[in-house]
Design a protein around this ligand. Sequence first.
Ligand code: SAH
Ligand code: SF4
Length: 390
Amino acid sequence: MTEVQTVQAETQQAERINLLGMSVDKLTDFFSGLGEKRFRAVQVLKWIHQSGVDDFEQMTNVSKAMRAKLSEIAEVRAPKVLKQMDSTDGTRKWLIEVSGGNVIETVYIPDGDRGTLCVSSQVGCSLDCSFCATGKQGFNRDLTAAEIIGQVWIACKSFGQLLPPQPKQERPRKVTNVVMMGMGEPLLNFDNVVDAMNLMMEDNAYGISKRRVTLSTSGVVPALDRLAEATDVSLAISLHAPNDALRNELVPINKKYPIAMLLDSAKRYIEQMPDNHRKITIEYTMMREVNDRPEHAEELAELLRDVPVKINLIPFNPFELSDYQRVSNNALRRFQQILLDKGYTVTVRTTRGDDIAAACGQLAGQVNDRTRRSERYRNAARPVRIVSQA
Ligand code: SAH
Ligand code: SF4
């Protein structure tokens, strides 16, 4: 065997490098390592993310020799779809197998002209918010950038949004918005989430506007402080309570990074944006007689007085391991009205995809629960907590 043949044989044995999750910069570096210019990276990026092609042989504007080389050392590998479910209201949910045999969930929610994809960032979550099905599973592992952007790739492909290049072809745009509100805490998987979100916004990939890509966090402040250096997506803060006493109960990470610290960090993030007219979305999941009283609304209005926000009220989605109950419609309307009267923009998230259990926060997947947290949880006598405000 010549030296070249030996190297080739070794490369074939070694794992091929997955190009799916590579940012433009990483792909450019990869191709420059092969002696190719940046335009090659852009060509391949378009094939993958705009045409949905995962076979190098179909990349017809790439030379034959380069296609052969790529097939040898690289691959475009999306995670495997185990099941796709369609709700009668147009909501679509995928169960997706990621390496290691874990299953994650991705949900698509159509609403008029808008189609929002709810994307997962981790298998499980370590933060254990008291009302969250994902949190009850404990943390298993971070998703790779390929597994995160792979969810967008799978969804767009399923809607025929990814098509081979043809002149003047209108591409149907079904996925208009992406929210990092599936399983996991995106700021605890910072680099992979940033790479994937930047691909969502990249013109040569999905070209979704930064206003339509939203990162949702329960408040990992040091990571949020770094976010503006890495990306400029829209920001949602999962607040759920108007004071620290109650938030400590619902969102345990609040004990480490309390509300004032979190809101300061979120304000700084928004202020660093070039178009600083943007607002922070405040998510407030409403549980009956936990955080739904008029006093809570008044306190929330006071808390957010100097923060540029829009508020999204989310009726709690009950799940098997939880004792919380969904807010009543009356309490929800009353709460909303108090905030509207104080001049806030307040939306209410309607429940969608009920028939396929597709709501955000219900995304449990079939995670191997290493911590056995759900078992402990099931066995513990857990009264519904009614925490009065400070
Ligand atoms: N970890 C991130 C993003 C994933 S959770 C975060 O916490 O922001 C996405 C949203 O769903 C969060 O606002 C979360 O609070 C909400 N959520 C979680 N469980 C829920 C439930 N059972 N019912 C309604 N919303 C829920
Ligand atoms: Fe994790 Fe978000 Fe669920 Fe909290 S609400 S446990 S941060 S996924």
